[in-house]
Design a protein around this ligand. Structure first.
Ligand code: SAM
Length: 258
C-alpha cells in the first residue's frame, strides 16, 4: 500500500498488516514492515510460523466441512491472503469478523460477488454485541465453528476467557472451537516481542500451554489434541514451519450431552 486510507494512522504498527508482511503480502506500510522486521530479528522463524498457521487453518477448515459443519465464523480473520476460509470451505456459510477497518474493506472488496459470505466489523471484546449481530447472520440452532486463529493472544484474560465461554454458551452440540495461539515459552526473547507489539494496534497477551488448554473447558478436544501447528493432522512432510514451536493449536467439539 502506498498511502494510508482515511482514518488509518500510518505511524502505528498494525498487527493485521505486520502479519500480512510475514506472509509476504503487499498490504502493509513502512511502519508495519519496520516493526515486523524487529520481530523477525528476535524470532527469525516468524514467517514460517505464519505459514504453518495458515496451513493449519486449511487442514482444520477441511476437517470442519468433512465433519458436516456448514457455518463458520472466522474471528480476527485478518487481511485476505491465499487460501481464505470461504475458498477452503465453499460448501459453508462464512462470516469474517475483524475490528480493523482496512481488513474489513479489503474483505468486502474481495467478496463483492460471493454469496453466503459476510464481513462484520466488530471488536471481539464487546462479545455480547458481537453475538447479537452474529445472531442475524448465522443460525445458532445449528452447529457453528468459531475460528480464533492467532487472535486470542491479542486479547487480555478478562475478555478472552469470557469471549470463549459466551461463544460456548450460544453454541449447540457439534459446534466447534478452533484455536491457534502463540505460547509464552521463550523467557529470553518474549519481553522483546511484548515490547514491539505494545507499540502496535494490539498488545500481546501470551499464555502458557496450560492457559491455552483452559480455553477448551466444556469442549472435547478432537485428535490429536493440543499440538504444535504442523503436528495437527499433518499432510505435508516438507511443510514450512516443521519443528517450529511458536504456539499451540487445537479443535474442540461441544459434546452431545452439553
Ligand atoms: C495475526 S492476525 C490473524 C489472521 C488470521 N486469523 C490467521 O490466523 O491467519 C490477527 C487479527 O486479529 C484482529 N484483531 C485483533 N484484536 C481484535 C479484536 N479485539 N477484535 C477483532 N479483531 C481483532 C487483527 O485486526 C488481525 O486482523
Amino acid at each position: 500500500m502506498d498511502s494510508a486510507p482515511e482514518g488509518v494512522d500510518p505511524n502505528v504498527p498494525n498487527v493485521a498488516r505486520m502479519y500480512d508482511y510475514y506472509l509476504d503480502g503487499k498490504d502493509n506500510f513502512a511502519v508495519d514492515r519496520a516493526a515486523a522486521e524487529q520481530i523477525l530479528e528476535t524470532f527469525p522463524h516468524t514467517k514460517e510460523g505464519a505459514r504453518a498457521n495458515r496451513a493449519y487453518l486449511r487442514r482444520a477448515v477441511r476437517h470442519l466441512v468433512e465433519s458436516g459443519v456448514r457455518q463458520i465464523v472466522d474471528l480476527g480473520a485478518g487481511l485476505p491472503t491465499q487460501g481464505n476460509t470461504h475458498e477452503i470451505a465453499p460448501e459453508a456459510r462464512v462470516v469474517y469478523v475483524d475490528n480493523d477497518p482496512v481488513v474489513c474493506a479489503h474483505g468486502r472488496a474481495l467478496l463483492a460477488r460471493t454469496d453466503d459470505v459476510d464481513v462484520l466489523q466488530a471488536d471481539v471484546r464487546e462479545t455480547d454485541a458481537l453475538l447479537d449481530k452474529l445472531g442475524g447472520l448465522v443460525d445458532f440452532d445449528r452447529p457453528v465453528a468459531f475460528l480464533m486463529l492467532a487472535i486470542l493472544h491479542f486479547i487480555p484474560d478478562d475478555f478472552a476467557y469470557d469471549l470463549v465461554a459466551k461463544v460456548r454458551k450460544v453454541s449447540v452440540p457439534g459446534s466447534r472451537l478452533v484455536i491457534s495461539h502463540a505460547v509464552d515459552a521463550t523467557p529470553d526473547t518474549t519481553p522483546q516481542a511484548i515490547e514491539i507489539y505494545r507499540r502496535a494496534t494490539a498488545a500481546l497477551s501470551l499464555r502458557t500451554r496450560q492457559e491455552i488448554l483452559r480455553f477448551f473447558d466444556g469442549y472435547e478436544l478432537e485428535a490429536p489434541g493440543l499440538t504444535y501447528p504442523n503436528g495437527w493432522r499433518p499432510d505435508d512432510p516438507d511443510a514450512p514451519g516443521n519443528g517450529i514451536t511458536f504456539g499451540y493449536v487445537g479443535v474442540g467439539r461441544k459434546p452431545d450431552n452439553a
